[in-house]
Design a protein around this ligand. Structure first.
Ligand SMILES: Cc1ncc(COP(=O)(O)O)c(C=O)c1O
Length: 407
């Protein structure tokens, strides 16, 4: 960066990483859509070999458009360095393969994104890295899961889809006593609402496909860490071919500029929707840390600056009612992602959690009645009205002679 920036998230979202200086300089960061860079001379090549960060050679190793997005994400997460990757899973793979080798162990929350769980239990297991999955209620005794071989503690908070919050500060302190690195998937919270590195984590990973991009039009991931950790992780990303692309980085930069505004608006909408659902007679329970009676409310208040824009709930009538409700929605799209400007609905037992065992679903509090909403930035009244018509569409048929208030 040419000038120091004030540290507020709204300003960093717009300006961090974007090098705008000189007359007639473009106000936006250009897409350097190239796989390879032509060098002026061997002196420039020598500078590259000596580690000069301003000389670019080959996009898999680095590219100015990728660099700008990396700097913006690092600034927002209060990290020294960020690495842009091909996807969230590519980020997690590079982190795990750097921190662990064959024979090592990962301790992970059980309540994590299903793809991450498969990465750990299928792919990493084939590399000789084993994972212990810890149910949420056992996190308070996390030490019991650590062994001499544990190298990495993996947390995702708030969790998907039941929005439970794990205490990053406390878990990081206990892992560090055993010299275990703490990795937090901050996809749901975004750096606007939660800064895991400030709470003691060593590494943050993101599916930038979600809120960071924000428009459901790109696939990318990010790793944020100290330079000491990021250097070998970048090496792993380069060698495993998990790099991003300049066009994607450009879209990501564009999305990131409005991150703070989008998250603020989506959180406000989510709070309205959670309150509406909490009062609804067709709703058995609402999962949202912003509700005062949520078991995660006080922790979320202490480690986050907002409660996020994902709201889940269990509908009365279980699976058949859930499917009828989802199919009756008109404004909310059925889409298995989250974090876009558009509000979407997902059905975990048939998507993100379809591979989970019955036992694990029970431990995660997920059932066929569970519906997850990713609240977007539309008008909150329009969103509530659409939920209302979907509930009304599925009112139990009126039985002649039956009394009011009977189910
Ligand atoms: C919390 C979380 N982490 C990681 C991922 C993986 O990200 P990607 O699809 O960008 O690889 C996802 C994807 O849904 C996710 O929800």
């Amino acid at each position: 960066m040419s000038k120091p920036l004030p540290p507020s998230d709204a300003t960093l979202s717009v300006h961090a990483g974007e090098d705008r200086h000189g007359r007639n300089a473009p106000l936006t960061t250009e897409i350097q859509q190239t796989a390879v860079f032509a060098l002026h001379n061997t002196e420039q090549l020598r500078r590259y070999a000596a580690g000069d960060p301003d000389v670019f050679l080959y996009t898999r190793y680095g590219n100015p458009t990728l660099r700008a997005a990396e700097e913006k994400i690092a600034a927002l997460e209060h990290g020294e360095d960020a690495i842009l990757t091909a996807s969230g899973l590519a980020a997690e793979l590079a982190v795990a393969l750097t921190l662990c080798k064959s024979g090592d162990e990962i301790v992970s929350m059980l309540d994590i994104y299903g793809g991450t769980a498969k990465l750990f239990s299928n792919l990493l297991a084939r590399c000789g890295i084993t994972t212990r999955f810890v149910p949420f209620h056992e996190l308070e005794n996390i030490e019991r899961s650590f062994t001499r071989k544990t190298r990495m503690l993996f947390l995702e908070t708030p969790t998907n889809p039941t929005l439970r919050c794990a205490d990053i500060r406390s878990l990081a302190a206990r892992a560090h006593r055993r010299k275990i690195a703490v990795v937090v998937d901050n996809t749901f919270a975004t750096p606007i609402l939660q800064k895991p590195l400030d709470l003691g984590a060593d590494v943050v990973v993101h599916s930038a496909t979600k809120y960071l991009g924000g428009h459901s039009d790109l696939t990318a991931g990010a790793i944020v860490a100290s330079r000491r950790l990021s250097a070998p992780m970048r090496e792993t990303m380069i060698l495993s071919g998990g790099c991003s692309d300049p066009g994607v980085a450009y879209l990501l930069l564009r999305g990131l500029k409005t991150l703070e505004v989008r998250v603020e608006r989506a959180c406000r909408n989510a709070a309205t929707i959670a309150a509406y659902l909490a009062r609804h007679p067709r709703v058995v329970q609402v999962f949202y840390p912003g509700l005062p009676d949520s078991p995660s409310h006080s922790l979320a208040t202490s480690q986050m600056t907002g409660f996020g824009a994902i709201v889940s709930f269990d509908i009365r009538g279980a699976g058949p009612a859930a499917e009828r409700f989802i199919d009756a929605l008109k404004l909310w799209y059925l889409a298995t992602s989250l974090g876009g400007v558009e509000s979407t609905v997902s059905y975990p037992v048939l998507s993100s959690h379809s591979a989970a065992t019955r036992r694990d679903l029970k431990l995660m509090g997920v059932s066929p009645a569970t519906i997850r909403l990713s609240v977007g930035i539309e008008d909150a009244t329009d969103l509530v009205n659409d939920l209302e018509q979907a509930f009304a569409n599925d009112e139990p048929p009126h039985q002649p002679g039956s009394g009011f208030g009977m189910e």
